[in-house]
Design a protein around this ligand. Structure first.
Ligand SMILES: *Cc1c(COP(=O)(O)O)cnc(C)c1O
Length: 422
């Protein structure tokens, strides 16, 4: 637990909310696959004096004086990022994953150009051209889908047809609700045929690629990767863009981030990114990444044994999507609420070809990065999956839910949120 000595003295309302969040995070099991716990070192950097500094520009080329220390941390962040992702260039300034994607689009395209990305209902992300986003007014988005939603195989023939028909500037791979590995070589082959850039938005699986347990798209010739630093990578909230080898592309990306889209970089966050990258370069981060996958597989086994339909037929990564409405007759929204009552946090999610609505869909999405950070292994993952299913089956049984909540509490107490990873 953190002390917050100064806030306690001067701002009670904020102090109360901070303490509430401290306890909520300790006392609940976090299964939202995009969330995690950052180390105390990362949070120290995030809360540091670098928040005071304006550093528009890049190391060695700034618009303000007094940059002897900001240049040190940004250069370290860049060098560590390059090492983690086998990239020749890195831009660590994007404020988040969405900002990274917008800058990448403007760097690689002219207004009116086309992006070929994953269908949003099949696991693509809002920032891949959802009708409600600003970017959808500037660029043209066309879609590919899965061939079979029960295996998760991408329809690469359809992808190729769409590429030949629409001549996209970018072919985008990457998802926020998809649980299989991709055939990156296939993406590159199709992109070469139509002269498109290949971009992987690895926002969710950043830590799994850095940890070497999922394929690195750069090994298959991808041009660019965009990502977040706060999901499986366990850093501060933020984004990043890395370029495999093209110096000219890297220059365009730097310009698109600043001055194209952002003002002064958040140097406190960049300091925290540098700290998180060093943690991710430590050998024990690989063990962490391996365990994330093992825990997801353990959960998969329980859901399968209980006959609950998993989208893509299971998982190769850190997350699972379950059709709980189809299998248990409970909607995604009801499941999210009843699981919250027993202390398990996850999110409702649309399933591919959703027969219900976005606000009350058929599915739930859950994942293992955060619980794995707490030190939980397969035995606990199995237990949690069993408790989840029991909760959904007992949604109207108050006594059963109290008993489950006690078991969840016991797990939380046995696995406190750690403060350091190296
Ligand atoms: C989370 C996510 C983003 C957006 O990241 P923010 O930091 O929330 O802006 C973009 N793309 C994908 C695939 C994501 O999962």
């Amino acid at each position: 637990m953190n002390e917050y000595t100064y806030i306690k003295e001067q701002d009670d309302a904020i102090y109360q909310a901070l303490m509430g969040e401290e306890l909520r995070e300790q006392r609940g099991i976090e299964l939202i696959p995009s969330e995690n716990y950052a180390s105390k070192a990362v949070r120290e950097a995030n809360g540091s004096v670098f928040t005071n500094k304006y550093s528009e520009g890049y190391p060695g080329k700034r618009y303000y004086g007094g940059q002897q220390f900001t240049d040190v941390i940004e250069t370290l962040a860049i060098e560590r990022a390059k090492q983690l992702f086998k990239a020749k260039y890195a831009n660590v300034q994007p404020l988040g994953g969405a900002a990274a994607n917008v800058a990448m689009y403007f760097a690689l395209m002219e207004p009116g150009d086309t992006v070929l990305g994953m269908d949003l209902s099949h696991g693509g992300h809002l920032t891949h051209g959802h009708p409600t986003t600003a970017i959808n007014k500037v660029f043209n988005f066309v879609r590919y889908k899965m061939k079979d939603v029960d295996t998760g195989e991408i329809d690469y023939d359809h992808l190729r047809q769409m590429a030949l028909e629409h001549k996209p500037k970018i072919i985008l791979a990457g998802f926020s609700a998809y649980s299989r590995e991709l055939d990156y070589a296939k993406f590159v082959e199709i992109a070469k045929e139509v002269g498109a850039y290949t971009v992987a938005d690895i926002a969710h699986i950043t830590g799994l690629i850095a940890g070497g347990v999922l394929k690195n798209p750069f090994d298959y010739g991808f041009d660019v990767m965009t990502m977040t630093t706060h999901k499986s990578l366990r850093g501060p909230r933020g984004g990043m863009i890395v370029v495999r080898e093209d110096a000219e592309l890297a220059k365009r990306i730097d310009k698109a981030v600043f001055p194209g889209m952002q003002g002064g970089p958040h140097m406190n966050v960049i300091a925290a990114k540098a700290v998180a990258f060093q943690e991710a370069l430590h050998p024990n981060f690989k063990e962490y990444a391996v365990q994330i996958l093992k825990n997801a597989k353990a959960m998969e086994a329980v859901f399968k044994k209980e006959g609950i339909r998993l989208l893509c037929g299971g998982t190769d990564n850190h997350l699972l999507l379950a059709d709980v409405y189809g299998s248990l007759g409970i909607t995604g929204k009801e499941a999210e609420m009843v699981l919250d009552e027993v202390g398990i946090t996850l999110n409702k999610n649309m399933i591919a070809d959703e027969p219900r609505t976005a606000m009350d869909p058929s599915g739930i999405r859950f994942g293992t990065p955060a619980m794995t950070t707490r030190g939980m292994k397969e035995a606990e993952a199995t237990k949690l999956a069993e408790l989840m299913i029991a909760t959904m089956r007992a949604k109207d049984d108050a006594e059963a839910k109290i008993a489950i909540q006690k078991e969840v509490q016991a797990l939380c107490e046995a696995f406190p949120v750690p403060e350091r990873f190296v």
